[in-house]
Design a protein around this ligand. Structure first.
Ligand code: NAD
Ligand code: UDP
Length: 334
C-alpha cells in the first residue's frame, strides 16, 4: 500500500476524479467534505469505480476539532486541499462568504497539519491568478493579479503558502494552477452537474443539449481571437486528476514549494467547443451571441512545459473526448 492521502473537498468535481485516480494507483484515500456543493452518493460511486475502500468524514474543514480527530485517527502523509467556494460571480456579490470559507479552511488545515507534523501539501489554485496576461502562452513566472474576490482568495493563499514555506523549509508544497477542467470519468458515474444554472461554459452547453436550458448565450464575438469568441485551455478532468498524482510524487520526493500550470497548451474558442460538442454527440446546441461578460479576457492558455519537465505531467485527452465524456455523464444520470 502506498501513502495515505487526505482529500479536502473530495466529493466535488475535481476531488472525486482525483480520488479515483489515486485509489487506482494504490494510495489510501481519506475524504473530508461538508457537502456544501456535492452529494454524499459520490463516495459510493468512487468506491464502485475503484473497487476500493474510502474513509469519509462529513464535516467542515474550518472545524479544527474534527481535523485534529482525523489527523489523530489516520496517519496522513499528504493533503490535497480542494475544499473552497469557486463561483466567480457569486464571489463579487458575497465577498465575505468567499474570504471566510477559502481562507479559513486553509488556515485551519495548515495549523493542524503543523501540529501533526504533516507538511506535504498539494493546493488547488487557478489560472485566474494570472489576471489579464500580457502575452500567451502563460508561464508560471508571469506577473500575478486578480479581477474578482474568488481569484484574490487563491492569490492570497498562494502567498500564505510561500510565507509558510519560507519560515519553515521542511514544508513541501505543490501549487497547481488549473486552466479549464471539463469532461467526466469514462464510466459516466461521476462528473460535473451543478444544481443551479451553470456559470461555466461546458455545464451550460450540456444542459442546453439536454433541453434543460433553452439556449446558450455566447459572451461576445468581437474579441481579437481566431473567430471573435473567447479562447480557453480546456483540460480533461481525468488528466487533471493525474496531474495531482504527479504532484504527490513530487512533494514526496523533494522538499520545496513550487507552482505548476496544469493545462494542455492548446486554446479552443467557444464556437469551436460548441461545434465539436454538437458533432461528436450528434445533438443540437442552439446559441445566440450576446454582450461580452464583464471581467472576461479574450484568450488564456498554458505553457505546460514546466509541469512536464518538473512533474512529468502531460495532458493526453483531446477536446473530442472531453465533449463526449461530459455528455455521457449527463445522459447516464438523466
Ligand atoms: P467543487 O465545488 O465541485 O468541489 C469543492 C468541494 O469542496 C465540494 O464538494 C464542497 O462541498 C467542498 N467544500 C467547500 N467548502 C468546504 C468546507 N468549508 N469544508 C468541507 N468541504 C467544503 O469544485 P471543483 O471544481 O472540484 O474545484 C475544486 C478546487 O479547484 C477548488 O478549490 C476550486 O477553487 C479549484 N479550481 C476549480 C476550477 C474549475 O473550473 N472547476 C478551476 C480552477 C481551480
Ligand atoms: N462563456 C460563454 N457562455 C457561457 C459561459 C461561458 O460564452 O454561458 C464563455 C466565456 O466568455 C469564456 C469561455 O466561455 O470565453 C469559458 O468560460 P468559463 O466560465 O467556462 O471559464 P473561465 O475561463 O471564464 O473561468
Amino acid at each position: 500500500m502506498k501513502e495515505k492521502i487526505l482529500i479536502t473537498g473530495g466529493c466535488g468535481f475535481i476531488g472525486s476524479h482525483t480520488a479515483c485516480v489515486l485509489l487506482e494507483s494504490g494510495y489510501e484515500v481519506v475524504i473530508i467534505d461538508n457537502l456544501s456543493n456535492s452529494k454524499v452518493e459520490v463516495i459510493d460511486k468512487i468506491k464502485k469505480i475503484s473497487s476500493k475502500e474510502v474513509t469519509f468524514y462529513e464535516g467542515d474543514v474550518c472545524d479544527k476539532k474534527l481535523l485534529k480527530k482525523i489527523f489523530k485517527q489516520e496517519k496522513i502523509d499528504v493533503v490535497i486541499h480542494f475544499a473552497a467556494f469557486k463561483a466567480v460571480g457569486e464571489s463579487v456579490k458575497l465577498p465575505l462568504k468567499y474570504y471566510r470559507n477559502n481562507l479559513d479552511t486553509t488556515l485551519s488545515l495548515l495549523e493542524v497539519m503543523n501540529e501533526f507534523n504533516c507538511k506535504r501539501l498539494v493546493f488547488s489554485s487557478s489560472a485566474t491568478v494570472y489576471g489579464s496576461p500580457k502575452s500567451l502562452p502563460i508561464k508560471e513566472d508571469f506577473p500575478l493579479s486578480t479581477t474578482n474576490p474568488y481569484g484574490t482568495t487563491k492569490l492570497m493563499i498562494e502567498q500564505i503558502l510561500k510565507d509558510l514555506a519560507k519560515s519553515d523549509p521542511t514544508w513541501s508544497i505543490a501549487i497547481l494552477r488549473y486552466f479549464n477542467p471539463i469532461g467526466a470519468h469514462e464510466s459516466g458515474l461521476i462528473g460535473e452537474n451543478p444544481n443551479d444554472i451553470p456559470n461555466n461554459l461546458m455545464p451550460y452547453i450540456v444542459k442546453v443539449a439536454n433541453k434543460e436550458l433553452e439556449i446558450l448565450s455566447i459572451f461576445g464575438s468581437d474579441y481579437d481571437t481566431k473567430d471573435g469568441t473567447g479562447v480557453r485551455d480546456y483540460i480533461h478532468v481525468m488528466d487533471l486528476a493525474k496531474g495531482h498524482e504527479k504532484a504527490i510524487e513530487k512533494v514526496l520526493a523533494e522538499t520545496k514549494i513550487d507552482c505548476y500550470n496544469l493545462g494542455t497548451g492548446e486554446g479552443y474558442s467557444v464556437l469551436e467547443l460548441v461545434e465539436t460538442f454538437k458533432r461528436v454527440n450528434n445533438v443540437d446546441v442552439p446559441y445566440k451571441i450576446v454582450e461580452r461578460r464583464p471581467g472576461d479576457i479574450a484568450a488564456c492558455y498554458a505553457d505546460p512545459t514546466y509541469a512536464y519537465k518538473e512533474l512529468g505531467f502531460k495532458a493526453e485527452r483531446g477536446i473530442e473526448e472531453m465533449c463526449k465524456d461530459a455528455y455521457h455523464f449527463v445522459e447516464k444520470n438523466k
